[in-house]
Design a protein around this ligand. Structure first.
Ligand SMILES: *[C@@H]1O[C@H](CO)[C@@H](O)[C@H](O)[C@H]1NC(C)=O
Length: 761
């Protein structure tokens, strides 16, 4: 499915011939503080500015919480003219975002300790807004037997239409809205024969993410018997509000902004966005802007990091006020056993259900690249395989480009009866299980290469594959998923991203009755639960866990909740070894796992937190050199950075440290240059009992001297704040070199950990 697609942000393109007349959606950011006195209200003023460039256009959406402004259909020329009008801050073309496509509760340790989470009362009042493909309200995961009345203060709605009844909402799925105006302006009316023009989820992605965050417990859930057990969301008593913003062709920023605008007004506490676009500066990034408004209102915004890994710098959603989530595995796999003609046995993965291949007799095995005329025939693209050479055989296909399950369709179409799907370098040993259409086994790079060696050297290669069910207790786990997007943060290298990882590989959760388990148009099967992979799946885990923390500590800010999740995350296994990266088989780094893998039980009682307020983020915007116009775009308010203040990103109270360092260059360095010295300040807030914390630092390089002042912090009262500084004195290293360290405050009971990343540029 779409879960491992590399995200791309597509600007809506139009041929230059039509540029004069073709209208596209633009988002118009207004400086509401400069509405002239001659207007009764700001809406009149918006319209007057709009009419001054186009007589025929009306406002599409009007935003009031995330930005001041509106969207409208304009030609490029009209947009340019509008931007010159007084009070217009920015006129921005609509952009396309894409979705980043249950063992996990046990794996996270929240099942055996449900009683630790105060799930009644305040916790069940936590509302998670999910911006996605909508909800399939008939899913048992939205059953509301175990939750009380809709929380007071909820102002949302259940938008009814032909395909979604107002009684589709209940005490679990408390709200459902859809936002299609931006999408329809770009692509024409939603084709109701293909998808519902309503909050109904015809795709499955939105049902999967929202039930992962807050689905009710459903016993006996599985996909074709795989991953059988109780499916439940992380916060099984929290509420879901579905905001459908993603359609068959993607998710448009004008719709996303409006959904966030509404969600803030409706009264959500957590926003979960398993989607992203290519990374752009915060003042041009609708999700970052919407998240800023949400964070200012005390709403935690959890976003997927993207599926662009293992390529460095492949992250999206990197604003410091966003919680950015990468993906790891759980201790579960779905083996598919391969036997080769030479007697060799290898293990892959599959979620195939159907008639198996004969176990006792082997069938001919061929490499797709050898039975195709196309140059990329090895990828098993539909129509690419030569049927005479594929018939009755198992085809060895390479992973990449087209969806994994679609390769099986290409094999079946050519007469092949089985498939072995081999990882290429980019995917390493990462196995993502799919509900294949024919007997299949997806294998890692090493076994894939071994099979190729056999196929290329044997005169009559043969094989068979046999399903192996569900295997639990797989170690090591978690491992970082190869597809999980990696740092460094390309917008602000001084802020480490992703923030953390959570389960995102082979996750079982609710699905749409309208889409097959592979999500392919050709897939006519129906399942109630599906197994999916992607940072789309890890993000709602953190959204749900954040809801649990919020339920236990309703007064905590989004930054405090994020800090609790980060400083208690772990980056080592119980045996002390560092969490591995599937892409390399080597230990992963904070560029892949951030602060580490979430550890929900500890997050409830972190001891200390790194808190941050809106004004800290304003100072951050000053530190990255934003003009007052750019700040106004992000924060909707007038803010002049003070001339006499030396703002530094290093002073943003972030729970991790990213330290870019300059490589000494040229003759000045003379071989032994003086160390670069940088200082970061942080403030800890006590959220536990009175205690004395001592700092300790571990590092792998002696090229940086790390000093923490003071080394001991004593807290005698709740909410007491204490500051410290870290001085990094670094000698020059070759450009492109990275090094990692870890800083930890401990009172003997709590460990408040932060990753440190050094990168020489
Ligand atoms: C099959 O493809 C592989 C890899 O491209 C190549 O090395 C091999 O020679 C091919 N075998 C045949 C019989 O064409």
């Amino acid at each position: 499915m779409m879960s491992v697609l590399i995200l791309t942000l597509v600007f809506l393109c139009h041929s230059s011939v039509d540029a004069e007349t073709t209208k596209t959606t633009f988002i118009v950011h207004m400086d509401k503080s400069s509405v002239p006195g001659s207007f009764d209200d700001h809406l009149q003023w918006y319209d007057s500015s709009l009419k001054s460039v186009s007589q025929t256009t009306n406002r599409l959406y009007t935003y009031s919480n995330v930005i001041h402004g509106y969207s409208a259909l304009l030609t490029g020329e009209e947009a340019r003219l509008l931007e010159e009008r007084p009070g217009v801050l920015l006129v921005q073309e609509d952009k396309k975002y894409e979705i980043h496509t249950t063992r996990s509760p046990e794996f996270l340790g929240i099942l055996s300790s449900d009683e630790s989470f105060p799930e009644s009362g305040t916790a069940s009042d936590v509302i998670i807004g999910v911006l996605d493909t909508g909800a399939w309200p008939e899913s048992s995961s939205y059953d509301d037997k175990e939750v009380g009345p809709v929380p007071p203060g909820w102002k949302g709605a259940c938008e009814a239409s032909r395909t979604f009844s107002s009684s589709s909402c209940n005490r679990k799925l408390i709200g459902a809205r859809f936002f299609s105006q931006g999408y329809e302006a770009a692509y024409g009316p939603v084709d109701e024969t293909k998808e519902s023009r309503s909050p109904r989820d015809d795709d499955g992605h939105g049902t999967h993410t929202s039930t992962t965050a807050a689905g009710s417990a459903v016993a006996g859930a599985s996909l074709y018997g795989y991953a059988a057990g109780t499916a439940r969301g992380m916060a099984k008593h929290a509420r879901v509000a579905a905001y459908k913003v993603c359609w068959l062709g993607g998710c448009l920023s004008s719709d996303i902004l409006m959904a966030m605008d509404k969600a803030i007004e409706d009264g959500v506490h957590i926003l979960s966005l398993s989607l992203g676009g290519s990374v752009s500066d915060y003042f041009q990034d609708s999700v970052a802007i919407g998240a800023f408004a949400a964070a200012s209102k005390g709403i935690l915004v959890s976003c997927s990091a993207g599926n662009g890994g293992p390529r460095p710098g492949s992250l999206s959603n990197v604003a410091p006020w966003i919680t950015t989530v990468g993906a790891g595995t759980v201790d579960r796999q779905f083996p598919s056993y391969i036997t080769l003609g030479n007697g060799k046995k290898l293990t892959g993965e599959s979620l195939y259900r159907g008639k198996p291949l004969p176990v006792s007799s082997l069938v001919p095995l061929v490499y797709a690249g050898n039975i195709s005329q196309a140059s990329n025939g090895n990828l098993c693209i539909e129509g690419g395989l030569i049927p005479e050479k594929a018939k009755g055989k198992i085809i060895l296909c390479d992973r990449g480009l087209n969806p994994r399950a679609q390769k099986g369709l290409a094999v079946r179409e050519a007469g092949g009866i089985g498939m072995i799907l081999a990882n290429t370098e980019a995917f390493g040993e990462e196995l993502v299980a799919d509900a294949h259409f024919i007997p299949s086994a997806a294998v890692g790079l090493a076994p894939g290469n071994e099979i190729k060696k056999y196929v290329f050297s044997d005169a009559n290669p043969t094989a068979t594959v046999a399903p192996g069910g569900t295997q639990l207790g797989v170690q090591p786990s978690p491992v970082l998923a190869a597809f999980s997007s990696r740092g460094p943060n390309s917008i602000t290298p001084e802020i480490l991203k992703p923030d953390m990882i959570a389960p995102g590989v082979n996750i079982l959760a609710g699905w749409s009755g309208k889409a097959g388990p592979t999500g392919l148009a050709e897939d006519t099967r129906h399942v109630d639960y599906n197994i999916a992979s992607g940072t789309s799946m890890s993000c709602p885990h953190v959204s749900g866990l954040a809801a649990l923390v919020k339920g236990a500590h309703p007064e905590w800010s989004p930054a405090a909740i994020k800090s609790a999740l980060m400083t208690t995350a772990y980056s080592r296994y119980k045996n002390g070894e560092r969490i591995k990266d599937t892409a390399t088989g080597e230990p992963s780094t904070p560029f892949g796992h951030g602060a580490g893998h979430v550890n929900p039980l500890s997050a409830l009682d972190p001891g200390l937190v790194y808190d941050a307020t809106t004004s800290d983020y304003m100072d951050f915007l000053c530190a990255i050199g934003y003009s007052s116009r750019m700040i106004k775009l992000v924060a909707k308010r007038e803010y002049r950075c003070k001339a006499d203040v030396k703002y530094s990103v290093a002073d943003l109270n972030y729970p991790s440290f990213a330290v870019p360092l300059e490589t000494a260059s040229g003759p000045r360095g003379g071989g032994g240059s003086a160390p670069t010295v940088v200082e970061y300040t942080r403030t800890l807030t006590n959220v536990g009992d009175p205690a004395t914390y001592k700092v300790s630092v571990s590092q792998e390089t002696d090229s940086v001297k790390i000093q923490v002042q003071p080394g001991v912090l004593s807290f005698s009262a709740p909410n007491e704040k204490k500051a410290y500084t870290v001085t990094f004195a670094a000698t020059s290293m070759p450009s492109g070199t990275n090094s990692f360290a870890h800083l930890e405050w401990s009172d003997g009971k709590h460990t408040v950990g932060s990753p440190i990343v050094f990168s020489w540029t």
